[in-house]
Write a protein that binds this ligand. Structure first.
Ligand code: ITT
Length: 185
């Protein structure tokens, strides 16, 4: 089975490829940009994007909308994570948290699959923001995020280790369970 992943982010593609490898599913990247509306939740952003893409993409596809939610910043950058990453990066988040003792944060990922109908799968991982970036793996905010129960940042983990516990790994697990039940692949 093949799955089209609409994204401009090669890091996300690598993780989804690795995840589905074990199930004999080939993930390929559809590099299309789509409108990301301003909304309060990742689910709303994903839903609008899928509806827009469904009129432009042949056949089934999925996308992933994710964000980093920092407790001491009232959940910021959250739905604005892509913009914040492009503008101030993870150094900007570290600066905003300078002197702050509450380092709690979580990642959330919404995987949206379109097969003529919309199916949403979500995953989260809770943890803390480091004081300094560490590691060279992964992408985005990975160097400053340590998941609960670990001392390593996501950027210090292999893709397999990250997938086992991450927001995206959890959302992909829900997605693949659904595919197994519904498509019996
Ligand atoms: P697409 O929308 O094209 O898929 P994107 O990178 O713009 O790619 P998002 O809109 O979902 O992705 O934005 C999420 C931002 O949060 C993005 O800039 C990433 O840097 C960051 N992010 C998402 N997942 C992450 C992860 O697993 N580890 C670290 N940072 C992540």
């Amino acid at each position: 089975m093949e799955l089209a992943f609409v994204t401009s982010n090669p890091g996300k593609v690598e993780e989804a490829r690795r995840y589905f490898e074990g199930f004999g599913v080939r993930v390929y990247q559809l590099k299309m940009s789509y409108p990301e509306i301003q909304a309060d939740t990742l689910e709303e952003v994903a839903k609008y994007a899928v509806e827009w893409l469904s009129e432009r993409v042949e056949g089934p596809f999925f996308l992933d909308d994710s964000g980093l939610f920092v407790e001491a910043l009232g959940g910021f950058p959250g739905v604005y994570s892509a913009y914040v990453y492009r503008t101030i990066g993870y150094w900007g988040i570290l600066k905003l948290l300078a002197g702050e003792s509450n380092r709690r944060a979580f990642f959330k990922s919404v995987v949206a699959y379109w097969d003529g109908k919309l199916h949403l799968f979500t995953g989260e991982v809770h943890g803390r923001i480091t004081n300094e970036p560490r590691g060279t793996g992964g992408f985005g905010f990975d160097p400053i995020f340590v998941p609960d129960g670990f001392d390593k940042t996501f950027a210090e983990m292999t893709t397999e280790e990250k997938n086992e516990i991450s927001h995206r790994g959890n959302a992909l697990r829900a997605f693949s369970n659904w595919l197994k039940e519904n498509l019996k692949y």
